[in-house]
Design a protein around this ligand. Structure first.
Ligand code: DOR
Length: 457
């Protein structure tokens, strides 16, 4: 906890800023029916506190499960440059309404986030406007490769992100020599979008000739993803660099990555767990289009198996909004990507309800996992001394996800009309209620995340 004199006095007097009473806490020991006290943003007591502690504010968590705050380590909030799709304020508002307490934001904005000044501009924009905590990725490219060891350690930087295949925006590093330079210049875990640019270019005619979004997983086929993953894992071994493979979509990659877990961490997205081809393309058309694509059911099943086997470290939403008008353009001119930060937790809780995922494993994937693999300081577990970031959920609440509920500027979700069981009720960030009773509360209080020294994690 904080060592200020005021906090020591409050601790001695058993007077908290916030008490969370009567809930089931998801602790490192498992689920426990205990209370929690918070002083100056940190957890200072756990146990049966109801008659022993007083507080300025009390949250009745009876009937709720209290999760360590959900961390979404892949969102595109589009600011600067593309704020007709999303911005930091709306994006983080959606995060908090979906029970997310911290995000890592992606560098394919306009301008790209390549230099210290770009990162600083994002940090300045987030200050006073972000509803949840945040860090920003620096893009890795040929132009800044030799400076990445410095850039990756700037305050507020989540690390380096590389696009091996073109997706949205101009960020690309597709040649082995450039990738080697990027990976040699730094120590932190490097995040990669693994699709092979040469193969995508070779096969693009397929998409153009077809004009139908159902071809999307065949244009950007299994080998496009698997080849890039093999290449980058090889280069990571050569350069002794730790890697984070974003949004893995194929059975082939999961089998391969299972053999490289010492070096490589793995993300899956809710979209690839919730949807499969061709059904999603028939139902949603290009609104189901993302990169890498949603694939056939056997790949979806392999992703679930990889979750059960422990190959997957984190679930990230890849929240990538585009307007409805942009998405409605004829394929393949329509951009890839869909919203997700607000629906990550509700759709995953629905899987918990269906028995496909344990709540303990979900916490591992959305709180403990990101904190562990990225070395986020003070986050990811309900334990003494940790930040009081909490996501309080009602596992029995039934709600219908709707476009109207979505805070994103783009205003839509692929899950419009879907009923789910399990819903976030309160979102607590460093002891402050950012969402109370399913409604935004107070003013934006987000701060930049702190990271452990890369050499220590
Ligand atoms: O579908 C996607 N959209 N995949 C990405 O990698 C980028 C994203 C975007 O920024 O729109």
């Amino acid at each position: 906890m904080s060592n200020s004199a005021a906090s020591q006095q409050k601790l001695a007097a058993h007077h908290a800023d916030l008490l969370v009473l009567g809930g089931t806490l998801m602790t490192p020991n498992g689920a426990a029916r205990i209370d929690l006290a918070c002083i100056e943003g940190r957890i200072v007591a756990l146990g049966n506190l109801a008659n022993l502690w007083s507080a300025d504010d009390t949250l009745d968590a009876t009937g709720l499960h209290v999760l360590p705050g959900v961390i979404d380590s892949q969102v595109h909030f589009r600011e600067p440059g593309l704020t007709h799709k999303e911005d930091l304020q709306a994006g983080t508002r959606g995060a908090v309404l979906g029970g997310v307490t911290a995000v890592f934001e992606m560098p394919n904005t306009n301008p790209l986030t390549l230099w210290e000044s770009d990162l600083k501009a994002k940090l300045d924009s987030a200050d006073g406007r972000a509803w949840c905590d945040y860090a920003f990725y620096i893009g890795g490219s040929a132009t800044n490769a030799d400076h990445l060891h410095t850039l990756e350690n700037l305050p507020g930087c989540a690390g380096v992100k590389v696009f091996m295949g073109s997706s949205f925006g101009d960020l690309l590093a597709d040649e082995d020599e450039v990738l080697r330079r990027i990976l040699r210049n730094g120590k932190r875990r490097l995040a990669v979008h693994a699709e092979d640019e040469a193969r995508l270019t070779e096969r693009k005619a397929l998409a153009e000739a077809s004009g139908n979004v159902r071809i999307h997983p065949h244009w950007r086929d299994v080998e496009s993803a698997f080849k890039a993953t093999r290449r980058i894992v090889g280069i990571a071994a050569e350069t002794d660099r730790r890697l984070h493979v974003l949004h893995v979509t194929t059975a082939e990659e999961m089998a391969f990555l299972a053999q490289h877990k010492r070096r490589v961490s793995v993300e899956v997205t809710p979209h690839h767990l919730n949807m499969h081809a061709p059904e999603c393309y028939e139902r949603l058309g290009s609104f189901a289009q993302m990169n890498p694509p949603v694939r056939e059911q056997h790949h979806q099943q392999a992703l679930w198996q990889a979750i059960r086997d422990g190959v997957v470290d984190v679930i990230g939403s890849d929240h990538a909004p585009h307007t409805r008008e942009e998405k409605a353009k004829p394929y393949p001119q329509c951009p890839s990507g869909m919203t997700g930060v607000q629906t990550l937790l509700p759709t995953m809780l629905n899987h918990v309800n269906a028995g496909r995922l344990s709540l303990q494993r979900l916490v591992d994937l959305t709180s403990a996992g990101p904190a562990r693999i990225f070395g986020i300081e003070g986050k990811g577990r309900i334990a003494l001394g940790y930040d009081c970031d909490l996501t309080l959920v009602d596992l029995n609440a039934k709600r219908v996800i709707s476009n109207e509920w979505i805070a994103s500027i783009s205003g839509w979700t692929p899950y419009d009309g879907m009923q789910v069981t399990g819903w976030p009720i309160h979102t607590v960030i460093r002891g402050t209620l950012a969402m109370r009773d399913e409604a935004l509360n107070g003013t934006p209080q987000g701060k930049k995340l702190q990271f452990l020294d890369a050499t220590l994690t």
